[in-house]
Design a protein around this ligand. Structure first.
Ligand SMILES: Cc1ncc(COP(=O)(O)O)c(C=O)c1O
Length: 390
């Protein structure tokens, strides 16, 4: 039985998979079992930001794997301490809680927000407002937080205390605020929802609203953070900071790790024993992530992401001028979306056949989230391919 048959027979059929089994990755390229080469414009959905098998990350993993892999959070370890202090040095945050995934980081943020107010005696302050079209994960709390009905189908009853408002609409948000609201949670650039950046005025107004009402502001930067938008964290583009932020995906460049970062004040919501996870922040995961943060946070690296993002966007804009099928081009840095007039599915398949990996979201949108090390010549090849298919 080949690997496709084995997967289809023995793995839950929750993913619609494409093509052959991949067997090797290097930089922006992948190879399938027939030896066919692909250029990766998805990076495992904004995960492999430094490219496949980046030598420094491989070395960090190998070195740590032969030194110390796991001891539990009942003890101190050096890579976890170094990564936490590095993340705080590079961001607004004072405290970090390590997780294994994005959804788990968002779970932590939801729990922290509620407990922060319950500890203060405000037991009725538990409601979390999130945005329509948002995506926050697939656990029960995070799918409840997600503003898309299709993600929730069949899982009722959902959790109490969540509501959704239209994104980029400050009046809608204001009208949803009452004394039960503990947090507002949003992605500065919506990913799964269709690559929709927050308007700068909107985000400023949300921050002000949270300050005025004493509400915690949570930014989910699981997809748009870690250099993806051309700054280490996407909210830096807007000159404001949240109280709590979640990251994952690119943090480990493929090694599973997530984190919830918070201010000192918000962090008071958790005490000894109030939250835990066996694998959160193991020496192996944090050693890999520390190397990732060291590389991505360099100004020169981020500068290149901005340049390449602008170049890519310009090329997509040119396609829009030429082809009536292209309705919109949007995004920040190297998180870009091309909206078409109809279903993007067939184009995704045709591009795959030509050796380009992209994916379709919200039916009509092509999402581009290549490794951040992508070069002009690879972008040019994709644009040429797209041009001929359009
Ligand atoms: C913005 C955002 N939040 C949360 C998640 C969930 O992360 P994970 O799949 O690691 O649980 C994702 C995953 O796509 C995401 O894009």
């Amino acid at each position: 039985m080949n690997s496709i048959k084995k997967t289809d027979n023995f793995v839950f059929q929750t993913y619609l998979r494409q093509g052959k089994a991949f067997v090797k990755g290097e930089g922006v390229f992948l190879w399938d079992e027939d030896g066919k080469k692909y250029t990766d414009f998805l990076a495992g959905i904004a995960v492999v930001s430094l490219g496949h098998c980046h030598p420094k990350i491989t070395e960090a993993i190998n070195q740590q794997a032969s030194t110390l892999v796991h001891v539990s959070n009942l003890f101190y370890t050096i890579p976890q301490a170094d990564l936490a202090s590095k993340l705080c040095e590079k961001s607004f945050s004072d405290r970090v809680f390590f997780t294994n995934s994005g959804a788990e980081a968002n779970e932590a943020a939801i729990k922290l927000s509620r407990r922060y107010f319950q500890k203060k005696g405000e037991k009725n302050r538990y409601k979390i407002i999130t945005m329509e079209q948002s995506f926050h994960g697939r656990t029960m709390a995070t799918l409840t937080a997600t503003g898309q009905d299709k993600i929730k189908e069949g899982f009722s009853p959902l959790l109490e205390g969540f509501s959704h408002v239209p994104f980029n609409d400050i009046d809608a948000l204001k009208s949803e605020i009452d004394e039960t609201v503990c947090a507002i949670m949003l992605e500065p650039v919506q990913g799964e929802g269709g690559i929709i950046p927050a308007d700068p005025d909107y985000l400023l107004a949300v921050r002000k609203l949270c300050n005025d009402k004493g509400i915690l502001l949570i930014f989910d930067e699981i997809q748009c953070g870690m250099g993806r938008c051309g700054t280490l964290f996407a909210h830096e583009l807007y000159n404001i900071t949240p109280d709590i932020m979640t990251i994952a995906k690119a943090l480990g460049n493929g090694f599973p790790i997530g984190a919830m970062l918070s201010t000192k004040d918000a962090a008071t919501g958790f005490d000894y024993g109030s939250h835990a996870t066996t694998f959160g922040g193991t020496p192996l995961a944090t050693a890999a992530a520390l190397e990732v943060v060291n590389i991505i946070s360099k100004e020169k690296f981020l500068d290149r992401v901005r340049q390449m993002g602008q170049y890519f966007k310009n090329q997509l804009e040119k396609l829009k001028e030429k082809h009536t099928r292209v309705v919109d081009v949007r995004g920040k840095g190297l998180l870009l979306g091309l909206e078409l007039d109809k279903n993007a599915g067939p184009l995704v398949v045709e591009l795959f056949e030509k050796g380009f990996i992209v994916n379709g979201i919200q039916d009509k949108i092509l999402r581009f989230a290549p490794p951040l090390i992508i070069e002009e010549k690879e972008i040019d090849r994709l644009i040429k391919g797209l041009n001929s298919l359009l």
